[in-house]
Design a protein around this ligand. Structure first.
Ligand code: PLP
Length: 709
């Protein structure tokens, strides 16, 4: 149900703006909505559709004749210029490919906090990928799910036990509309699960110039268990997971067809979507091709990105489960059951299984990991699929992840970059020479902005922390104390990520007395802000959250370590912009890439990180700190001990003295030089701009040109 929005005539385009996610990376557009009713803006969690639905009519009428109109016209002019550029970067660079289309499949899309259909790095990357494709004019549609209950909201008890709360998303109140087919009618697709037909409707979310199409099975005439099939991201059991992936892959191809789209590149972002190759094969066989010829065709149009070096992160389904769902499918490919299951056979401890990653690797023409290290680890991991090739010729390349600059950069810094990098820096943001001008920013100006951003973070953290204390039944005194935690002037270290155990959130607590001496120094205090969710079924991950919360109660730490509930995109923005150091200490080589540290660096926040994922490609000795050695250990206990000890000495010998080393004007000159070197070396290369250009050069454009062997 779409609630009616009644807008004054002279502001009538606010509705159009609310339904294009462009606002989510345009601070002035957000400000336009916020100004309508700042309190309501917070209450609706920065969702402009809800804001416009809920704001009293008089409030809108009152705005229409103030200077609000000036801002309104400016934003609408920017919006129009964005939507209708003379010629986009892509059209200019690849004029012969302008009628091609990339269909980008992902199980999660992290676009904005008001649309909780992402869980972590994978989803954020998908969202950023779509936004950047829009910025560059790359013809791309995203395909995935609009999960009615999304990913969970994290609630923590006083003891730090994580509880998962699912809230039903009201699709009438998010920037989604029914997707229409070429005949102007709402589309509906279906797939077969076991012996039944399951239907999905499709929602359309506009992301700048491109569309995102999201399926939803909560409709008639699906039976109740299928209506909740895709209720939650990564919810349910293995059976649910398989069913979701059938809808995503097979249903996703049918969605594109129902929309009248004809993608020439099909990009599987992680193996979740790999069943799309089965549907493409089926289409080809139905047109009269033999299986070998159909396979050849599919490989020339499909590309695949793998995202994790952790074996358990790759979905596999037992053969008997596959048989129950695909008994009617393999005949359509002209295959026997054995040949069909053999397409993606991987033995698991629990028996022969069908591996989504094997399927994806076998039927894609181009494949990549998401950092140099991860590329190498992936080649090793999947070498058995190409036993005749030497390791370094295993055909899996690498494209290191990046972040969508406008989505993560503090508006204050955007202004500063405008001033010192030149007004067209954003159009050329992957050009290294432009960023060398970061050295021209006066220390005082950068430090002034840093203080503003840290203060904003501390205010946010206090409010969240006090609200949590109140909810868990703390006394009024405790709640009051919570409103005064943290110090806007103190060295602030951030650790926020998914709580998977390999990320070692408790590492810094290994020697709690040594930690106490670091944080509780009266002249040079340090403080930590932690945040992160564990998957509801990850017991050890949840236990780690609890440990952090309980360790932080250690009296000597004096309240200088807080854990904030419910990490999401909104909180991530405050953190990556506001802290002074971004801490990352996973167990090598488990971190495929990581992107949060890139967001921090873009905002002048140096990383203190283990040399894993993207960091070895960026670290140059002057733009942050490397924890530990590059090699992994066989003895995990020894690795933890060494890494913890090295982390303490980095904090004691480098970070603290440098942060508090001030000149007569109170400015930490050396520290600011590290901030600048961080921005200069990370912002251009670890941007989605550079990353998407690599996807174009290595994967999309060769596929469009039919150059894949
Ligand atoms: C960026 C981001 C992530 C991914 O960051 P990592 O470096 O992989 O931890 C996860 N969650 C949120 C909310 C983010 O903004």
């Amino acid at each position: 149900m779409n609630m009616h929005i009644e807008l004054p005539v002279n502001l009538h385009r606010l509705g159009e703006l609310a339904y294009n996610m462009w606002w989510s990376w345009n601070p002035e557009a957000q400000e336009l909505f916020r100004r309508i009713d700042p309190e309501l803006w917070e209450k609706v969690y920065h969702n402009p559709v809800r804001l416009l639905q809920e704001v009293p009519q008089e409030r809108l009428e009152g705005l229409a004749d103030s200077d609000y109109l000036v801002a309104y016209h400016r934003v609408m002019a920017d919006f129009d210029a964005y939507m209708h550029p003379g010629e986009s970067w892509f059209a200019e660079s690849f004029p012969a490919e302008s009628d091609h289309l990339v269909a980008y499949f992902s199980a999660e899309f992290g676009l904005h906090e008001s649309l909780p259909i992402y869980s972590g790095g994978l989803g954020i990357l998908s969202g950023d990928h779509c936004k950047e494709a829009s910025d560059m004019g790359v013809p791309l549609v995203g395909i995935g799910f609009l999960y009615p209950q999304g990913y969970f909201t994290q609630r923590l008890t006083a003891d730090g036990v994580q509880e998962a709360v699912y809230e039903k998303l009201d699709f009438g109140r998010v920037p989604a509309r029914a997707a229409l087919g070429p005949d102007g009618k709402e589309i509906r697709i279906h797939v077969q699960l076991e012996t039944r037909t399951v239907y999905a409707r499709v929602w359309h979310i506009q992301v700048g110039r491109n569309a995102l199409y999201l399926m939803d099975t909560d409709i008639e005439p699906n039976d109740p268990k299928d209506r909740v099939l895709a209720a939650r991201l990564y919810g349910g059991d293995l059976e649910t997971r398989l069913s979701q992936e059938i809808v995503l892959g097979i249903g996703g191809v049918r969605t594109a067809r129902a929309l009248g789209l004809n993608p020439t590149v099909w990009h599987m972002n992680e193996g979740h979507a790999a069943f799309l190759v089965l549907e493409l094969l089926r289409e080809q066989v139905a047109q009269g091709k033999g299986f070998a010829e159909a396979s050849d065709y599919v490989r020339k149009h499909v590309v695949f990105t793998t995202h994790t070096p952790v074996p358990a992160g790759h979905d596999t389904f037992p053969f008997d489960m596959m048989e129950r769902h695909f008994w009617n499918f393999w005949p359509k490919l002209g295959l026997s059951k054995e040949d069909f299951l053999g397409l993606a056979h991987q033995d698991q401890p629990w028996g022969p299984s069908f591996s989504m990653t094997v399927l994806a690797l076998r039927f894609s023409g181009k494949r990549n990991g998401v950092s140099k290290i991860h590329g190498a680890v992936s080649r090793k991991m999947w070498h058995f699929l190409w036993p005749d090739k030497p390791l370094d010729e295993v055909p899996i390349g690498q494209i290191t992840n990046g972040v969508h600059t406008a989505s993560w950069l503090a508006p204050e810094l955007y202004e500063l970059y405008n001033k010192y990098l030149g007004p067209d820096w954003y159009d050329n943001l992957d050009r290294q020479d432009l960023w060398d001008s970061v050295w021209d920013i006066p220390d005082e100006e950068l430090w002034d902005v840093k203080l503003q951003l840290r203060t904003r973070l501390i205010e946010f953290a206090r409010e969240r922390y006090a609200a949590w204390k109140e909810r868990i039944g703390a006394s009024p005194d405790e709640v009051e104390a919570a409103r005064g935690v943290l110090d806007p002037k103190a060295l602030t270290i951030g650790f926020a990520r998914r709580f998977a155990t390999y990320k070692r959130a408790t590492l810094v607590f290994r020697d709690i007395e040594r930690l106490r001496r670091i944080v509780d120094d009266p002249d040079r205090p340090a403080q930590f802000i932690f945040a992160g969710k564990a998957h509801p079924k990850d017991g050890p991950g949840k236990a780690m959250i609890q440990q952090v919360i309980n360790l932080a109660k250690y009296p000597g730490l004096n309240g200088r370590i807080v854990f904030l509930e419910d990490y999401d995109i909104n909180m991530a923005r405050y953190l990556v912009q506001g802290v002074d150091v971004w801490l990352n200490n996973p167990r090598r080589p488990r971190e495929a890439s990581g992107t949060s540290g890139q967001k921090a660096a873009l905002n002048g926040v140096p990383n203190a990180s283990v040399l894993d994922g993207w960091w070895p490609e960026a670290y140059n000795g002057a733009n942050g700190w490397a924890i530990g050695e590059q090699e992994g250990y066989d003895n995990l206990e020894a690795q933890d001990a060494d890494d913890a000890s090295h982390l303490y000495s980095i904090l004691e010998k480098c970070v603290v003295p440098m942060f508090y080393g001030r000149d007569d004007a109170g400015i930490p000159r050396v520290w600011i030089s590290v901030m600048k070197e961080t921005i200069r070396t990370v912002a251009p290369y670890f941007s989605l701009r550079r990353m998407l250009k690599e996807y174009l050069d290595q994967m999309y454009v060769p596929t469009m040109r039919g150059l894949i062997e």
